[in-house]
Design a protein around this ligand. Sequence first.
Ligand code: PHE
Ligand code: NA
Length: 506
Amino acid sequence: TSPPREQFTGQVGFILSAIGSAVGLGNIWRFPGVAYENGGGAFLVPYVIALLTAGIPILFLDYALGHRFRGGPPTVFRRVKKWLETLGWFQVMICFVIAIYYAAIIGWALSFFVYSFTLKWGDDTAGFFTGDYLQLSDVANGGSWFTLDFVPAVLIPLLLVWVATIAVLVGGVAKGIEKANVIFLPLLVIAFSVLVVRAIFLDGATDGLNALFTPDWSALGDMNVWIAAYGQIFFSLSVAFGIMITYSSYRKRRANLTSPGLVVAFSNSGFEMLAGIGVFAALGFLAHEQGVAVADLEGITGPILSFVTFPAVVSQMPAGPLFGALFFGSLAMAGFTSLISILQVVSAGFQEKFGLTRRKAVLWIGAVAAVLSVVGFSTTTGLIALDTIDNWSNNVGIVASAVLMCVFLVWLLRTSPELRYHLNAVSTVQVGRWWYVCVGVVVPAVLAYMLVSRIVDLVQNGYEGYDETYLLYAGWGTLVVLVVGAVLLTLPRWRRSPDDFVAWPY
Ligand code: PHE
Ligand code: NA
């Protein structure tokens, strides 16, 4: 017989942890730029519609799966249908891959947190980031694309991130994960709010906010804007790749699911709005200092926003070091609470299938992930593999996983009524029949379209101008690794049978 399942201490711990997972780098460096480029203020229309018709319904689906079938994705999907176990491992593999590079970014944030105090990046912040800090070899001009030259300034914070993450997971759900979130999430909200308030009062901030929020209503007629909205919601809520399944499996048998789900979803979006305001106020200031229009600024999303553009902002403002510390501290905390949740999915999968203790699973998985992460991202070729792997696992892998999940559960196996009854049996806010339409029709249709158009685009146009051989390995190779890994992990025998499981009556 298996030991009793770990549990969050209660609803608050769960909600804070789920928000901690959802609020991540995507809120801070992805949302503001995506909104700006896709209609500004008008983007809020498709964004809210995507939240209501896809984000929240899939969040509920994840919660119902995890809570009813009580396990990580492989256990849950196997309990739904034996052959579906592979989909669970596919989600586990995605999480594993994401963890490997997510940790690297948190490590960079820690470095830049320290650099803030002395403005170590100097005037050429772009040169500093890729040259002095990451020391990337110049692949485009014949530099080798794999080296084992370690860069200590990148390596040391990265090791720190891994040690901290492993330590939290070894602590378990209540004493590790929940504790970390109870500490870091409020700290993050405070630090980031102070930053945003400071940013609003910078010279030029209003220009930045006008640039972000001025609506371009014509964007609503553009299919790509709608796709961008659905893409942002999926990534941002961390749905459809096992995280919310895993977290909700640690709730007590009688636990309200839907209202906490709404709290999590709206908190995440609230944080995105906050980040949009903070980031664009800061960009407005930068444009003001440089005497250019906000529209002419470059590097307004992703790593470049955080590690090139923001350092420039910090250097030019009064009390910059404090502002920089708040920004990079927030980035690190937001990333850390997400990384914890990603790695827990992997850990849970292995614990359950191979009958490992938590400690053993965490130490093994953490060690393997840490080694891959360190070899891949603290050597001189880090960034290139990172953006490519990220693009394929996030923009192709997660979307594929979501489509498959909906099609299998709603159409092939018809598990959705059971899941809805379960949600309604334990929750206060009831889920109506509209939910079937969202998870059965809207989500698969939108995502299938998105998936196909992305694949066609990648095949035809490549990615970021990298050469084809490189993309074959780093991009499509990532996908192959995910699928092969998922199949291989399905094959071994279960050490503890997942099948002698009787779901709770609803
Ligand atoms: N939801 C997170 C964000 O918005 C992203 C994330 C990705 C979280 C993968 C966990 C795992 O940044
Ligand atoms: Na998010």
